[in-house]
Design a protein around this ligand. Structure first.
Ligand SMILES: Cc1ncc(COP(=O)(O)O)c(C=O)c1O
Length: 374
């Protein structure tokens, strides 16, 4: 039998990737993934890239793209510069690099619950032990031995859609600074904003502390390009570059070039406005359909941004059984239990509203509502 590492013994199939496979079946209505609407790709005019980009490139990324990203990040209040920006092969890579940097078997990690499930999966893989963050009193419970790192998505969280208040953001930064906890802020949804909300990065208030801030072009440009970026405090940045070098040498240069064209396009702001308008309309139509079909069976709040509704069903509803019955009828969603850091059962579910056309969303929600009514 092949001799594998101890951590490989714990590898489990990803529930989301499995569902993505099911969602490819013809006719499926999927609320399960976090896929952008293909309509948003239509406004992208991407010319063919220069041939010299077929050569190997720098680990940190293309200099012109790093410069452009640094300008945008500095405007958000982050203490950064082009030489402290690294382009990633998707922001999922940033999760992996941060985990490699910080986590040994048993390392304490502060996370929200629910939290982004593919990050929880990576952290578990490296052996993290989770402490749940209380947003109203972060740091309360950190006691003698605070966690090594806190992982947060303060703006339009995946899966809850929640956006932290200014006070919650300041309290989190203060707690991390006071106890030398690395703050890892994951911010892929910040530009998908549909209602006023404080979006100042928590890392902007981490002066003197250790922090990692990352973003993604997956939700605003195209996920198939696999492009994200991070910036970090000076103590961590060079270490993350070395880990990236060991992982993949550098990010795809053709994608970097394409995204740079997009960022420098004078039509960029207008295109983002159109993307936000489209998603706001989809969110509102989805909320109406939810009220019609699940209004008496579930509760939720209207997400001010991002791509998801988080639903709480009556106690005792077996969401896994509901999912199986939905799949038989061609409808997919993600059970909320997958997002819980502490594990266990949950009568919650995450529904993505960006992918399905309104008419399909209506049909899919009608199926879920009918099954819930028995
Ligand atoms: C919170 C969060 N972080 C990271 C990612 C990974 O995104 P990507 O690798 O496409 O940039 C996602 C994807 O849905 C996400 O929701």
């Amino acid at each position: 039998m092949a001799r594998l590492s101890m951590r490989s013994a714990d590898i489990k199939p990803s529930p989301v990737r499995e569902m993505l496979n099911v969602s490819q079946r013809p006719g499926m209505i999927s609320f399960a993934g976090g896929l952008p609407s293909p309509e948003t790709f239509a406004g992208l005019a991407l010319p063919p890239p220069p041939r010299e980009l077929l050569q190997y490139g720098p680990t940190e990324g293309e200099p012109a793209l790093r410069e452009r990203i640094a300008l945008d990040l500095a405007e958000l209040g982050l203490d950064t510069s082009p030489d402290r920006v690294m382009v990633l092969s998707g922001s999922q890579q940033g999760v992996d690099l941060a985990a490699k940097l910080v986590i040994d078997a048993g390392t304490a990690l502060a996370v929200e619950s629910p939290a982004y499930l593919a990050a929880l999966q990576v952290f578990r893989f490296y052996g993290a032990r989770f402490q749940i963050i209380d947003r109203s009193a972060p740091g309360a419970g950190w006691g003698e031995t605070p966690p090594s790192m806190a992982y947060v998505i303060p703006t339009f969280q995946n899966p809850s859609g929640h956006c932290w208040t200014a006070e919650e953001r300041q309290a989190m930064a203060a707690a991390c600074r006071a106890r030398d906890v690395i703050l890892f802020e994951d911010d892929p949804y910040r530009d998908l904003v549909y209602a006023p909300c404080d979006r100042r990065p928590v890392c902007a208030d981490m002066a003197g502390g250790s922090w990692i801030y990352q973003g993604s072009f997956s939700k605003t440009v195209a996920p198939g390009l696999r492009l994200g970026y991070l910036t970090a405090s000076p103590d961590l940045f060079p270490l993350l570059v070395q880990l990236k070098q060991a992982a993949d040498l550098h990010t795809n240069r053709l994608s970097q070039w394409m995204v740079l064209q997009y960022l420098n396009d004078p039509g960029r702001a207008q295109r983002m406005e159109q993307v936000r308008d489209l998603y706001r309309r989809k969110r509102d139509a989805f909320a109406d359909a939810l009220t019609r079909h699940l209004g008496d069976r579930a509760s939720w709040t209207l997400p001010p941004g991002g791509l998801f509704f988080w639903l709480t069903l009556a106690d005792g509803v077996d969401v896994e059984v509901l999912l199986q019955r939905c799949v038989e009828r061609g409808v997919l969603f993600t059970p909320g239990a997958h997002f819980l850091a502490e594990g266990g059962a949950s009568s919650t579910m995450r529904l993505n509203f960006s992918l399905a056309e309104p008419e399909a969303a209506e049909r899919g929600l009608a199926v879920i509502g009918a099954l819930l009514r028995g």
